[in-house]
Design a protein around this ligand. Structure first.
Ligand SMILES: Nc1ncnc2c1ncn2[C@@H]1O[C@H](COP(=O)(O)OP(=O)(O)OP(=O)(O)O)[C@@H](O)[C@H]1O
Length: 238
């Protein structure tokens, strides 16, 4: 399946009575990469969780290609081709790396596991290790690889670099870029490491208190240091 367009229209959502997102609209063309930026607590995780169907939606619509996701359960969204790698790394600690990967295969043949090892050779080296024996970076690779084995056409990544050493971040970002460059996947990346996210993305949106406060290309953002300072709280980009 080729990558699909992701379109979010006037989305409002939150948790129980707490509204977090208000009137969020953006679209990510098929095969492109969007960075979602913003200071802590501005609604980035809530946005991805809402697209994945895991929060309370008050209004608005979410469409992936020709599929209207808005009223689907999260499991149906996943079956429709939506991959979601949440912030918490979900590794089964008592299963080996390979067994963890089997979980991601859905109805694909076991030989497809080689795709995960190709993308993350480190996982091949650790294939017999238990999930509990992996480093943070290896856990992130495993969680991501498991999601990718399901062949998502739209992939949501929530802070994959959190807590990882710079060298592992580079390795992961290179793997994400490789994945996205094949044109088989549309990627939405939430990341606090702003420069890494902008190096990866074609476009970015910045959330402020649950609304889209800015959108544009990484080059446009780099040319607006006052926006960077006001919405991201850093002195500038390089
Ligand atoms: N389960 C929840 N129940 C109620 N409120 C929540 C819940 N999760 C998050 N919130 C609130 O929603 C708001 C947005 O949080 P969210 O995690 O989406 O922000 P974020 O931009 O991803 O932040 P960070 O960069 O710190 O991860 C915050 O005010 C947070 O306190």
């Amino acid at each position: 399946m080729p990558a699909q367009l992701l379109e979010v229209t006037d989305l409002s959502a939150g948790y129980g009575p707490t509204r977090v997102l208000e009137g969020v609209s953006f679209s990510v063309p098929a095969g492109s990469r969007l960075a979602v930026l913003g200071r802590n607590g501005m609604g980035k995780t809530t946005l991805l969780a809402t697209i994945a169907g895991q929060t309370k939606r008050y209004g608005g619509a979410i469409r992936m290609g020709d599929t209207e996701l808005t009223n689907l359960e999260s499991s149906s969204r996943a079956r429709s081709g939506l991959g979601y790698v949440p912030q918490a790394r979900c590794v089964f600690p008592s299963l080996t790396v390979e067994e963890n990967l089997f979980v991601g295969l859905k109805d694909r043949d076991r030989s497809a596991i080689s795709e995960a090892y190709e993308m993350f050779p480190r996982l091949a080296e650790r294939r017999k290790n238990l999930g509990s024996q992996l480093s943070g970076g290896e856990q992130q690779m495993l969680t991501t690889a498991r999601s990718i084995l399901g062949k998502p056409t739209v992939l949501l990544l929530d802070e994959p670099l959190e807590g990882l050493a710079p060298v592992i971040c580079e390795e992961l970002m290179a793997a994400f870029s490789k994945l996205a460059s094949g044109g088989e996947m549309t990627v939405v990346l939430v990341e606090q490491r702003i420069q890494s996210a902008l190096d990866f993305a074609d476009r970015a949106i910045i959330l402020e208190r649950g609304r889209v406060a800015w959108s544009g290309t990484p080059a446009e953002l780099a040319a607006q240091p006052e926006v960077v300072e006001r919405l991201l709280g850093i002195g500038g980009l390089h």
